[in-house]
Design a protein around this ligand. Structure first.
Ligand SMILES: Nc1ncnc2c1ncn2[C@@H]1O[C@H](COP(=O)(O)OP(=O)(O)OP(=O)(O)O)[C@@H](O)[C@H]1O
Length: 759
């Protein structure tokens, strides 16, 4: 199924005047209902000509919050309860109403999509429970985070408690990504949800800009997990509601330096999103998801389930070019196909056992990890396919109209338009000349749908002329041929291009690993420690377990995990016996109660810290770090690897910063964690030398590096000068590799050539 794209034109704001309105909503020709599906906007170069963009639905200035929700979001809720994931996201230029649409105001009528969605989820949950006589229990929990300046922050954490590097994200391998260490809060009622949501929104990064007094400076991602538990199975599905930050034209914003940095990051991520959409719609093998965190998380076209994009538009002239660019983006987005795959239930080992042994599924060890592998909807025997096909199919065709009359009629093949489009509205792409407009119509839709195969007789019945029928037949033949050509391309991909794409992808992943994979072990340890300090033993245990593979053979860490498991078991036993009215067992000296989610008992911290027999042995033997391990992507033939590489993971500067700055105050074990971090990030003299040459910003020196000429050296210096942080330096080879035009290969060359370089 394609991404469903709906557009919403916001009303005029106080400072805007009716004569500046240039964007309006119109009905599709032949549409008999009140539904509007076309956005019209003048050609900026020729006002007499209008471009028209067709979407699944278009809402004009009068549309209410209730209408948007009832028509676009409410129908997805039943699929959510069948195990499908639902992704809703708002896209648009700054100040066009994304936050208004997603969050809305406090008054009942102003409530946005998110509170209405939750309200609907709770209603359905109660219904499911009632219909099954209480045999199905539905749990709702939420996590909420933002991507600010390409870093992920938990919105349940106040800004002052955040680690500057943010939380790492991890690919789950099934088109999903996971933010590691995210808080997941259970919320059993709408009221509880609203409290948590409001409280978290206070932590969201917003600022006043010239274009919006409350501009969101981050992408906010709310994930609502719905867990349906019966005696023998548990099914988890997720509704994600994403309020993207708005793109902004800084010639219009008068942004100061801080706002400009945010703006650059917002614009970059939206640019990468547009590139991904472009690449998907062109069926390219390489989609640049990894170039921004937002695109990694959104994974448009990779994730499964249902996706609805709300395109927010301002009606006035001052947004003209921005609006056109949003419309073009949305046009490409609607062609993205999303797999209809439901999340399979996972079956319980021992029916009747309390769910997940009392543990709340959480984002790091929760639903995704417990799920059975996703499989195709058609292979599922419990799929409820019938129902799903009833979801209105979005159109597949890209159609841009101009109001200039064109001679050839275009019968409708759009799933959501009941009538053929009349010949009165010709079609034209803003980028095409009018003579090219007609072939645009002939673009094949990606998926053949029976209702497209309008047979001549049927068409004649529908009152089409002979010419129109012939044009239709010709178009169908062209479509079939083009589709065949498309298929051929897909089935016989250029092996070289594929190989290059594969290698690029692998290289990207490896560079990315500087921030994520290689830093992961330390991040887990850090988070385990933080959880434990807060008295959250269960979460701490999960983190220690996740850290284990990063420190193979570390006995102390293994013992730590075992001890923690024992302690948790003891606490449970204690709880059970006190619940049964028995005499509570005496608490072991350092044992603390696992607090309820969100509870952070300061008084327990000391006991915890004392008890926290840390992972001194998590350090590998010192010799493991003697050789530079900061850059593990060296060609084996050229560079000698250290003998002991068991623990060759290192962290990039931000990750190190995280560990060092946010470890609790020094005691013995903390010192050892810091030492561990320092050792892991140690650099060899060669790496240090390379970085110092680069950071000197001396073109004369840099150009002498192997594989770097004068031009590249200049480009590197320019990149350094453009870096966001004040130091304008790279602190690791990973960062160096990420500079524009550098890449892993160049870094390898520079580094390997250093032995011969006399400066
Ligand atoms: N449908 C609407 N009805 C009434 N007011 C609206 C509507 N849409 C937007 N607004 C108003 O427009 C202004 C900008 O809206 P909003 O903050 O939601 O924009 P945004 O797209 O989220 O901007 P940014 O990307 O900068 O965060 C707000 O004052 C909001 O109340």
């Amino acid at each position: 199924m394609s991404v469903r794209v709906v557009a919403r034109i916001r009303p005029l704001l106080k400072a805007e005047i009716p004569k500046d309105i240039i964007v309006d909503a119109a009905k599709s020709p032949g549409e008999t209902t009140e539904n509007k599906s076309i956005v019209r906007i003048p050609n900026p170069k020729k006002e007499s000509e209008a471009f028209s963009f067709q979407f699944n639905s278009v809402y004009d200035q009068e549309a209410t919050q209730a209408q948007i929700f009832d028509n676009e979001v409410s129908p997805t809720v039943k699929h959510l309860f069948k195990g499908y994931d639902v992704t809703l996201f708002a896209y648009g230029v700054t100040g066009t109403g994304k936050t208004h649409t997603m969050r809305g105001g406090k008054a009942m009528a102003d409530r946005g999509v998110i509170p209405r969605l939750l309200s609907s989820i709770y209603r359905r949950a109660r219904k499911v429970e009632k219909d099954t006589d209480g045999e199905t229990q539905v749990d709702v929990s939420m996590s909420y985070y933002e991507i600010y300046n390409d870093r992920v922050f938990d919105l349940f954490e106040p800004p002052e408690k955040r680690t500057p590097a943010g939380l790492p994200i991890r690919d789950m391998g099934n088109g999903k990504t996971q933010v590691v260490g995210l808080t997941e809060r259970p919320c059993t009622t709408l009221k509880e949800f609203e409290q948590l949501y409001d409280q978290a929104n206070v932590n969201r990064s917003t600022s006043a800009t010239k274009l919006n007094a409350h501009s969101s400076r981050s992408h906010a991602i709310l994930c609502v997990n719905i867990t349906q538990i019966t005696d023998d199975e548990t099914r988890v599905s997720t509704a994600s509601a994403i309020d993207l930050a708005g793109s902004e034209d800084n010639r219009r914003t008068d942004n100061n330096k801080e706002r400009l940095v945010e703006s650059a990051s917002i614009n970059k991520s939206l640019f990468v999103l547009a590139q991904c959409v472009e690449a998907i719609s062109r069926k390219q093998t390489r989609i640049p998801y990894r170039e921004s965190k937002m695109t990694r998380i959104l994974c448009l076209g990779q994730n499964n389930g249902l996706t609805v994009m709300i395109l927010n538009l301002a009606p006035v002239r001052s947004y003209h070019l921005d609006t056109l660019s949003s419309l073009n983006f949305a046009n490409r987005t609607k062609k993205i196909e999303v797999n209809e795959v439901e999340n399979q239930p996972f079956f319980r080992e021992a029916p009747g056992k309390s769910k997940l042994d009392g543990e709340k599924p959480s984002s790091f060890a929760g639903p995704a990890m417990h799920r059975q592998p996703l499989r195709s909807k058609v292979l599922s025997h419990k799929n409820g396919l019938q129902e799903v096909t009833n979801v209105p199919k979005p159109m597949k065709q890209f159609s841009v109209y101009s109001d200039k009359v064109k001679p050839i009629p275009r019968p409708s093949n759009l799933a959501n338009t009941s009538q053929a489009r009349s010949s009165g509205v010709p079609i034209k792409s803003p980028k095409r000349t009018s003579s090219e407009a007609i072939p645009t119509l002939g673009r094949p839709s990606k998926v053949f749908r029976p209702n497209e195969a309008v047979r001549p007789a049927k068409a004649a019945d529908a009152g089409l002329s002979k010419d129109a029928i012939e044009a239709l037949i010709e178009r169908k033949v062209n479509e079939a041929l083009a589709e065949r050509a498309d298929n051929t391309t897909v089935s016989n991909p250029d092996p070289i291009a594929d190989e290059v794409a594969r290698r690029l992808e692998a290289l990207e992943k490896r560079v990315e690993g500087q921030e994520t994979e290689r830093a992961e072990g330390l991040q887990y340890l850090l988070m385990a420690k933080q959880h434990q300090v807060r008295g959250e033993d269960v979460s701490a245990l999960k983190m220690y377990k996740l850290a284990l593979p990063h420190f193979p053979g570390n006995e102390k860490l293994v013992r730590k995990v075992a001890a923690l498991q024992e302690r948790i078991a003891a606490k449970k036993a204690e709880k059970r016996s006190s619940a049964a009215g028995g005499v509570p067992l005496p608490k072991p000296a350092a044992t603390v109660e696992e607090p309820e989610q969100g509870e952070r008992p300061a008084a327990r911290r000391k006991a915890n810290a004392e008890d926290d027999e840390s992972f001194h042995e998590a350090r590998a033997e010192p010799e493991a770090y003697e050789e530079d391990d900061d850059f593990m992507y060296r060609p084996r033939t050229k560079i000698r690897r250290p003998q002991t590489m068991k623990l060759n993971r290192s962290v990039t500067a931000p990750a190190l910063e995280t560990v060092v700055k946010h470890s609790p105050p020094a005691d013995d074990e903390d010192t050892s964690e810091d030492e561990l971090a320092a050792e892991l990030t140690a650099q060899t003299p060669r790496t240090k030398q390379l970085l110092s040459i680069i950071n000197s910003k001396d073109v004369g020196q840099i150009k002498l590096l192997k594989g770097v000429g004068a031009k590249k050296a200049e480009a590197i210096v320019n990149c350094l000068c453009d870096l966001d942080d004040d130091a304008q330096k790279v602190t690791s080879l990973g960062q160096l590799g990420k500079l524009k035009g550098v890449g892993v290969k160049t870094v390898e060359n520079m580094r390997s050539g250093l032995g011969n370089l006399v400066l």
